[in-house]
Design a binder for this molecule. Sequence first.
Ligand code: PMP
Length: 451
Amino acid sequence: MALESRYRELHPRSAALYERALTHFPSGVTHDGRYMQPFPIAVERAAGAYKWDVDGNRLIDYWQGHGALLLGHGHPAIVAAVQRQVERGTHLGSNHPLEIEWAKAIKRCAPWIEQVRFTASGTEATLLALRLARAWTGKPLVIRFAGHFHGWHDLIAPDAPDATPPGILSQVREQLLVLPASLERLDAVLQARDDVAAVVLEPSGASYGTQPLPDAFLREVRAMTQARDVVLICDEVVTGFRVAPGGAQERAGVVADLTTFAKIVAGGLPGGAIGGRADIMGRIAFGDEAWNRERKIIHQGTFNANPLSAAAGVAMLEIAWTGDPQRHAAAMARRLIEGCNAVLRRRELPGSAVYGDASIVHWLLGAHESSPPGELPPDVPLPVLKRGGDARLMARFRLAMINYGVDLMRGKSAFVSAAHTPADIDATIAAFDAALGEAISDESCMDWPRP
Ligand code: PMP
């Protein structure tokens, strides 16, 4: 019981706030991914690599705004840009100069992007991408890969235990084909069917590389889709501007037809974008009356290109374009991976590895009886990778890490930022060592009731 009682002891105000949250929100949270047992911590403020919870505990933060904060919390250039803009207007209801700067900043990082539209989120960006692909090709079917996340709208419903997640029409779901991440399977489907509008993927693999994919996968998918005039939508909501200034496409030497962005693109404020081929994007443009009635893709959205997000996005991309923050964050991530795997080897914990891509890191603990510690075992089933290994061990590990002052994204991943220092990384490795020891030995907590 030590681990859970320590968590409760350290977080009395978070516990009290959660009681209040339960009266307002289903399960007391405002994003499914923030739900945790016995209750989530509540955070008051953040700066750089850290955040402080309502009980005054400082945590090294690896959520980093669900991956939006490549530069850490409150980077001075972004704060200044937003402060400047907030006084000039938060919504201008018009075209404005900053949206042009924002589009130019995206194109400077990803020069193959011809035309852009801004959205309020990544979910909206993929929604528009799928609509464009279907309209452009005149075909209905969209292929995505198991576990790849593209937002929560109906057209691209996340994986669910049932074929059709509750609330989504089976007729809509039938126009989405979910394949395992297999080039052979994709090739077979593309050969057999002529109703495919688009293939959409997370280029580094399901859930920002939890199930990693090599760059060669993206290259092959590009070749296959190009050969059959199927629209390739590269979802760079996470990888965009992070794995390289030009995202996964720059790294792989690939150009998709459409690219979706969010998170880093808006500098830590709400926002997203879609960009790509001018001919496909042109389906959003106005034409004559018949075109507008029959062919034009509708795209509205009160907060599209809102000036605050534009200001933050421009400030972020000006720095991201240099490649410096990505290089630093990736070096810190490598240090974290190496240090944590050394801990796993010393502790001789089989089926466990810390792995990642660029500045994104994942933990897998107790997934396998016998594979060597520190090496990602082959063929770990996707659901096991997604939960980070042994479910009960991971739940205890998450609490233990928070007790030691480290908040991993969903308890099992890290977005390392340019603000994380070698000292932060070494403190995280030490916390990992201690937390792992407690998580392994304390088997008592875990029979929590559902709120
Ligand atoms: N695509 C990917 C690859 C994502 O990771 C996410 C969000 N985690 C989305 C789309 C949806 O973005 P948003 O949360 O801004 O709607």
